[in-house]
Design a protein around this ligand. Structure first.
Ligand code: 5GP
Length: 193
């Protein structure tokens, strides 16, 4: 997605350890117009898939997932990283090791929001080693739901995430694919959409 690639070139900042900082338009301050364009692109790609729910993880997946869900006219569910006192129902849970925070956390969704009738589009902001996406897939599986595909805003293709998900027979659609972040520079591969 050209608009996204341009924005990364202009405003993305490479940190050490293979981390891309995009806090001025995705992960902290959020650009609503760009998020809308991203969400609508995912909706376009999955328009004929019969998606019934869009599932993401708080916090930075919520903006693109919400716009995709709006366009697909289905609900968006975000997995929570901390258990809320108001979550008194039965929960689907899985543990996820965070690449950026280097801690393992439990993620959860109330069981009542997903069922075996659902065909899910998973969306997340970044794909690195695939642990967040895998955790979301596990939540869907616990509910007996089908995962139709995974939409990623920024994939770091030099890490193992795509490989892991494709080995699970999952369709991965990334709007920007990064080949490397070496020497402070962002090198891109052709994106999927
Ligand atoms: P994974 O689970 O695929 O290893 O990592 C994905 C999660 O880690 C994303 O949800 C995102 O929050 C975070 N993440 C991974 N790599 C980066 C990065 O380079 N920059 C930022 N800002 N977040 C990242």
């Amino acid at each position: 997605m050209e608009e996204l690639v341009q924005r990364i070139k202009e405003d993305g900042r490479v940190l050490g350890e293979g981390v891309l900082k995009v806090d001025s338009f995705v992960t902290h301050q959020v650009d609503p117009n760009l998020m809308e364009a991203i969400g609508y692109r995912f909706a376009e790609v999955f328009a004929k898939s019969g998606i019934t729910k869009v599932v993401t993880i708080e916090a930075s997946g919520i903006a693109p997932a919400l716009f995709a869900a709006k366009k697909l006219e289905v609900p968006m569910i975000f997995a929570r990283k901390a258990k809320s006192l108001t979550m008194d129902e039965e929960l689907l849970t899985s543990s996820v090791y965070s690449f950026t925070k280097q801690v393992t956390s439990q993620i959860s969704i109330s069981r009542k929001f997903l069922s075996s009738e659902d065909n899910v589009l998973i969306i997340d902001d970044f794909l690195a080693n695939g642990q967040a996406a895998k955790g979301l897939v596990e939540l869907c599986q616990q509910a007996g739901a089908t995962v139709d595909g995974i939409g990623i805003v920024i994939e770091k293709s030099f890490q193992d995430g795509r490989d892991l998900l494709e080995k699970m027979d999952l369709r991965v659609v990334s709007l920007a694919r990064i080949a490397s972040l070496n020497n402070g520079a962002v090198e891109f591969l052709e994106g999927d959409a």
